[in-house]
Design a protein around this ligand. Structure first.
Ligand SMILES: Cc1cc2nc3c(=O)[nH]c(=O)nc-3n(C[C@H](O)[C@H](O)[C@H](O)COP(=O)(O)OP(=O)(O)OC[C@H]3O[C@@H](n4cnc5c(N)ncnc54)[C@H](O)[C@@H]3O)c2cc1C
Length: 493
């Protein structure tokens, strides 16, 4: 079977490259022969990211997207060369790091040139006094964390995709790690960075602790999802490796009790590195073997840092949990979480059972957070064919929380997997928007959420679009995402 024989999900609005041979020759001149490919096997490998619906399509022999060229730049000058060529020829350029994104951000839905950043893989410098690490953007998350650990530090950013994601991908999607309650989200961790803009200008934001030197333009580029610039280098905060870890778990009668306990822990300015609430269904799924948690809502905590402070944090965390009807479940549930926290084999096998399955993370202020949870669960249960809708809460701030919903269903008669997928996604996002929440906490917008951007951003979305047009007049950098609704035009059988 050749690539041409595959049905394409995103086939409309593809950019037709008139003289492919000429473009390939120019790419080879810029990058060298070893860094350019239009081999079918490479194009196939880069036709998808880790959005779960892609697996449903792969099993049906359908391609999600089809880039024309795959490139592996080694220098900033090569990236500048590719961007200049792309602007001349009006060809899309799609930054791609590890492809672990789950919202279609790295898909070449209009065709074009994939710019794989993996050769930007050097960790450049640790500054012990400033507590920073400077690294190229293509560095793999686990490699960075192992390197830091060996030298007595932690990067504090441990997403579940640590083994399969990169620094550039984290910055592009405004990622959050499992230890975010203490160390923050990636936008709190980035101190400075280097970017290449769509027309090929290289800009730098030097690392600063804080400044009063005009608007915070560096933050504007965090979360740009490869549509406004390509991140080549970043300086990130680091921390001394924790002296002690305290493992705590409590089971609560209701989700409301668990939210009240965690909110009051933060109110006392206690920031356990990890806090995770599992609703009753997820408690059954992950902690069914814990007697004290039967029929309850499990919360696991990891307090870490210097011993004296950890002891105090543990004491206050325990007191607060008990005040809000928590029952001590010991260290075992947290040890179980540590052992299984990177394991996702169950979820990725669901499409083989013809299920449509995905996860959606959303953000809420504390006010009404429990009502929002119930509202999402109830609305989703009404979608025909739903067999599972559950949630955990994995990111906590003094002012709000990040919820993470998981759904699975079987498309009803006459509906394709994609139609059903969109129906459930839209039901959940609408339920969140209706009560004032934010439709994405850390996976980004990509394709899956772009439909909702005007609702989430209101009039300021127009300003964002003006800036995109200004920086990228030919719309070459990652087109079809964030600003446009590509879902409308995609389709499966
Ligand atoms: C099992 C699993 C668990 C996950 N857990 C988490 C989690 O705990 N927390 C979390 O935040 N996310 C999580 N994710 C989502 C995903 O890992 C993140 O979005 C990650 O940040 C993507 O990084 P990547 O290097 O794989 O980027 P890619 O998927 O390659 O790209 C993602 C987006 O970033 C752009 N991009 C990539 N590199 C650059 C660059 N250098 N400059 C500019 N743009 C760029 C791409 O164009 C695309 O839009 C998970 C995903 C999976 C599959």
């Amino acid at each position: 079977m050749n690539l041409e024989d595959f049905e394409l999900i995103y086939k409309d609005d593809r950019v037709d490259i008139k003289d492919k041979k000429k473009v390939k020759t120019r790419l080879i001149e810029i990058l060298g022969e070893e860094n350019v490919s239009d081999n079918e096997i490479d194009i196939f490998a880069y036709s998808r990211d880790t959005t779960l619906i892609n697996t449903n399509w792969t099993l049906k022999g359908v391609l999600t997207s089809k880039p024309d060229f795959i490139t592996w730049p080694e220098t900033r000058e090569q990236i500048v060369g590719v961007l200049k060529l792309a602007n001349e020829e009006k060809i899309p350029v799609i930054p791609f790091s590890e492809g672990s994104g789950v919202v279609g951000g790295a898909l070449a839905i209009r065709g074009g040139i994939i710019l794989d950043m993996k050769k930007f893989n050097k960790i450049l410098e640790i500054n012990d006094k400033d507590l920073t690490v400077t690294t190229e953007a293509g560095v793999n998350g686990m490699n960075l964390e192992r390197y830091l650990n060996a030298k007595g530090y932690t990067g504090g950013h441990i997403p579940q995709s640590l083994y399969t994601s990169s620094v550039g991908g984290w910055i592009a999607h405004k990622a959050a790690g499992q230890f975010s309650t203490k160390y923050g989200k990636i936008e709190d961790i980035v101190m400075g960075m280097e970017l290449i803009l769509p027309k090929g200008d290289i800009i730098n934001f030097k690392p600063i602790a804080r400044a009063s030197t005009g608007p915070q333009l560096d933050k504007f580029f965090i979360g740009n999802e490869g549509t406004l610039g390509i991140v080549t280098k970043a300086t990130l905060k680091i921390w001394p490796y924790p002296e002690k870890r305290g493992l705590i778990s409590y089971a609560f009668p209701t989700i409301e009790d668990s939210l009240e306990a965690t909110r009051h822990i933060l109110r006392q300015q206690i920031f356990p590195a990890v806090m995770r609430i599992y609703d009753a269904d997820e408690t059954e799924r992950h902690f069914g073997h814990i007697e004290n948690a039967k029929g309850k809502v499990m919360v696991v905590f990891v307090c870490e840092g210097i011993e004296k402070l950890v002891d105090l944090e543990e004491e206050i965390t325990r007191e607060t949990c008990e005040k809000y009807r928590g029952v001590d479940c010991g260290e075992e549930p947290v040890e179980h979480w540590f052992e299984t926290r990177f394991k996702v084999t169950d979820t990725s096998s669901t499409p083989t059972f013809k299920l449509v399955f995905d996860t959606i993370e959303v953000g809420f202020l504390w006010e009404g957070a429990a009502d929002m949870y119930h509202s999402v669960i109830e609305s989703t249960k009404k979608v025909k064919g739903i067999i599972l809708i559950t949630a955990h809460v994995s990111h906590f701030y003094p002012n709000g929380v990040g919820f993470y919903f998981t759904f699975a269903g079987i498309p009803t008669e006459g509906k394709s997997d994609f139609e059903y997928y969109k129906e459930v996604w839209n039901t959940i996002v609408k339920a969140v928007e209706d009560v004032g929440g934010s439709f994405g906490h850390h996976h980004g917008v990509g394709i899956n959420r772009s439909k909702w951007m005007p609702v989430e951003w209101g009039k300021s979305f127009e300003t964002l679009k003006v800036i995109k047009k200004l920086l990228d007049p030919n719309n070459i950098l990652n087109p079809g995402k964030v600003y446009e609704d590509a879902w409308e035009k995609g389709g499966d059988k």
